[in-house]
Design a protein around this ligand. Sequence first.
Ligand SMILES: O=C(O)CCC(=O)C(=O)O
Ligand SMILES: [Fe+2]
Length: 318
Amino acid sequence: MTLRRAARDPGFFYLENTGLDLGQQSELLALAARLFALDDHQKQAVQMVHSPHFRGYNRVGAELTRARPDWREQFDIMAEEPCLPDALLHQPWQRLQGPNLWPSALPELRGALLGWQAQLTLVGLTLIRSFAETLAQAADVFDESLSPLPYRHTKLIHYPGRHEGDGQGVGAHKDPGYLTLLLQDSHGGLEVLTEQGWTPAPPRAGALLVNIGELLELASNGYLKATLHRVVTPPPGVSRLSCAFFMAARLDATVPLLTLPPALATEARGLQSDPDNPLFYQVGENVLKGRLRSHPDVAARHYATPLATASAPTGPPS
Ligand SMILES: O=C(O)CCC(=O)C(=O)O
Ligand SMILES: [Fe+2]
C-alpha cells in the first residue's frame, strides 16, 4: 500500500526499519514499568496538577476522554524549556511552554525519555516531508511551521487490567498534532475506527505505529484523515505499557493550507465538523484545547483566570 493511501485510509500504518535500537525500545518500556511501580507518594510529588505546562504524572481515572475517566496512568513530558515570563504571555497556549517534572526516585528516566523524544522528533520530521511529497507538495512545505523545532510531547502509559467498568483504557479520540508515533509492548488493546468498525491495531515487534493527527487533516482539507482510536482495558492480570510521541508544529505557527492537485483535491473530504471537537488552525490553540479537555484539574487550577496580558485569539487563516 502506498504511503498516501495508508495515510488517507485508515490513517494508521506501521513504520518498519526506523533504525531505532530494539534494545532501547525495550529499555524504555522497562523504565516505564519501574516508573509506574514507584510508591504512590513519589508519583504524587510529580502530579500534573502541579504543572501549568501539563507535565507530569496522572493516576488512573484522572484523565477524561469524552467526559469519561480513562483507566490508565500516565507520565507526560514535552520539550525541556523555561516557562515564559508573565510579561510575554499574551495567549493561554503560551503557558504550554515550561519545564518537565521528574521523579527523584528514577533519575535515569530523564535522559532516556528526552533522548527518545529527540530521536522520534527526527523520525517525525522525516516522515512529514514524505507526507508532503505524497500530496504533490514541495518536501519543505511544512518546514516554516516546524522550524526551528516543533512542539513535541511524549507520554508513557500504563493500562492496568480489570474486569469491571466500561473497558475505557482511553476513550475514542483524535490526536491534535500533525502525527503520532506509538511504541507498544506485546499486549494489544488499541483499536482504530474503520469502515469495518473498531479494528485492532496490534503491536508489531520493532515497528512504530504512525497515525495522522488533526493538523494534517486540516492542512490537507480532509484528504488525510485523523482517525478516531481508543484503547480497550486489558483483562485482569495483564498490564499494558505504551509510549506515544505526538508531534505538532511550533505553538505560534498556523497550519499551512495546501493546494492539492485536482486529482487529489476532488478526493479531499473537507473537515468533519464535530461540535464537541472544534479544530483550530492556530497550533497552540488546537493543542491547548485537547489538554484542557483531558485534564480538568489542571484547567481549573491554572487556566481558570484570564491572563492579565491576554490579546484576542486568532481566527482561521484567510
Ligand atoms: O496507548 C496507546 O496504544 C494509544 C494511546 C493514545 O492513543 C493516546 O494517548 O493518544
Ligand atoms: Fe491517541
